[in-house]
Design a binder for this molecule. Structure first.
Ligand code: SF4
Ligand code: SF4
Length: 97
C-alpha cells in the first residue's frame, strides 16, 4: 500500500515531485505584480483571478515542465504559498485521491 504524500517527511515534499497541485487553486490578484493580461480572468465585479484552463491548471503553467512561465511576475499569493506548508500538503493529498 502506498503512503499518502501528506504523511511523507518534510524533507521528501518537493515541488519537483509534485504535479503542480497548488497551480489548480483559485489565485486572486491582490496586488499588481505585472501578470500579463492574457492570464487574467476578470469577473463582472472587477475582481481578478488567474485564468484556469479546462484541465484545471492555471493558464500560466507550462504543461510540459509544470513550471510557472511568469515566475518573475507571479501573483503575491503564489509567492506566499509555501512548499511543505499545511496548504501544500492538503493540495498534494487531494491530488492522489
Ligand atoms: S508548493 Fe506544494 S503543492 Fe505547490 S507545487 Fe510545490 S509541492 Fe506541489
Ligand atoms: S501564476 Fe505561476 S505559480 Fe501561480 S498558479 Fe499560475 S502557474 Fe502556478
Amino acid at each position: 500500500m502506498s503512503i499518502p504524500v501528506t504523511y511523507l517527511p518534510e524533507s521528501e515534499i518537493s515541488c519537483s515531485s509534485c504535479q503542480a497541485c497548488c497551480c489548480k487553486l483559485e489565485v486572486m490578484l491582490i496586488t499588481d505584480t505585472g501578470v500579463p493580461k492574457e492570464y487574467i480572468k476578470t469577473d463582472r465585479w472587477g475582481a481578478e483571478t488567474m485564468k484556469r484552463l479546462d484541465d484545471g491548471w492555471c493558464s500560466a503553467l507550462d504543461r510540459g515542465t509544470l513550471m510557472c512561465t511568469i515566475y518573475e511576475n507571479r501573483p503575491w499569493i503564489c509567492r506566499e504559498f509555501e512548499m511543505g506548508s499545511a496548504e501544500c500538503k492538503t493540495e498534494r493529498l487531494t491530488e492522489v485521491q
